[in-house]
Ligand binder design. Structure first.
Ligand code: GLV
Length: 323
């Protein structure tokens, strides 16, 4: 019988990561990648010392009472709103995430959404694919110029900064709002100016969200905020579902309160509001902002290294709740 600690990997990961873990642990994996329902997840986790999980796996107090051996959960994500951190701390369960390795890739994808939304790329492609293109027209798919526009960033953390740095080439004015104002040198590197929430909403041509999801950021963008935006402006969300009130956004896109939106995340994903599908002025993506081959590998590898460090030394590098 194996004396190695038992660990669970809830979703498919790269094969060599399982090999790395198998050297030290008895690994239960899920390479078929079928998401587990909460009862199956609880049963599989009940005798484990550690787990590598993803943002669709919820860790809460009720689950923790069923997992007496659990010492660490390692999220393959930088956001960790799927985990009740306080409950984990009470249960002396270490929690880790994957900061740093996905900033540039997420910023790149934010720009893909900005450009696709401003220039109506998916709408134009759908028109072409439907065989509707009958020739060049002066006023066909008129979009919003990104160059020299005003970019408004909510949240000038690592990802927000990477988004701001990419605006230099477009010679944009960059505004930001954050609950914590970063040091002046960050503002200088990013060429970003701090403004109030109201100023950002009313002045930006492109509003992009890079805040973590928490009770404080729940519905940060709702009906009132959408009404404060310019009717020509676009909203980009590659942060978390719930930061935007989707029903209010659907209404604003429908009534042209704003010109468009580019979304990688949704409330209740993957069961997002189907009314988005009826709108032409929205670019939709299935939560893939960090999904380059290199970055998803780094995220999985970092989660595995956190698990290894937690169970061998009790001190993982990306420990969110040190006790
Ligand atoms: C992805 O959404 C992440 O938080 O890393």
């Amino acid at each position: 019988m194996s004396s190695k600690p038992k660990v669970l990997v809830t979703r498919e990961v790269f094969d060599d990561i399982l090999e790395y873990l198998s050297q030290s642990f008895e690994v239960t994996s899920n390479q078929s990648d079928v998401p587990m329902d909460s009862e199956t997840f609880a049963q599989k986790l009940s005798d484990k010392e550690g787990a590598i999980i993803t943002l669709s796996d919820r860790i809460d107090a009720a689950l923790l009472t069923r997992c007496p051996n659990l010492k660490v959960v390692c999220n393959i994500a930088v956001g960790y709103n799927n985990i009740d951190l306080e409950a984990c701390t009470r249960a002396r369960v270490m929690v880790t995430n994957t900061p740093g390795v996905l900033d540039d890739t997420t910023a790149d994808f934010t720009w893909a959404l900005i450009l696709a939304t401003a220039r109506r790329l998916t709408e134009a492609e759908a028109y072409l694919r439907a065989g509707l293109w009958d020739g060049w027209k002066l006023k066909q798919f008129l979009g919003l110029d990104v160059h020299h526009a005003t970019l408004g960033i909510f949240g000038l953390g690592r990802i927000g900064q990477a988004v701001a740095k990419r605006a230099v080439g477009f010679e944009m004015k960059v505004l930001y709002h954050d609950v914590r104002q970063p040091p002046p040198e960050i503002e200088q590197i990013c060429h970003a100016h701090f403004v109030s929430k109201e100023e950002l909403l009313s002045q930006a041509d492109i509003v992009t969200l890079h805040v973590p999801y928490s009770p404080a950021t729940h519905h940060l963008i709702s009906k009132k905020e959408l009404q404060q935006m310019k009717p020509t402006a676009i909203l980009i969300n590659a942060s978390r579902g719930g930061v935007v009130e989707d029903a209010a956004l659907i209404e604003a896109l429908h009534t042209k309160t704003i010109a468009g939106a580019g979304l990688d995340v949704f409330e209740n994903e993957p069961k997002f509001n189907p009314k988005f599908l009826d709108l032409k002025n929205v670019v939709l993506a299935p939560h893939i902002a960090s999904s380059s081959r290199a970055t998803r590998y780094k995220m999985a590898r970092l989660a595995a290294e956190n698990l290894m460090a937690a169970l061998t030394r009790g001190n993982p590098p990306n420990w969110l709740n040190p006790f």
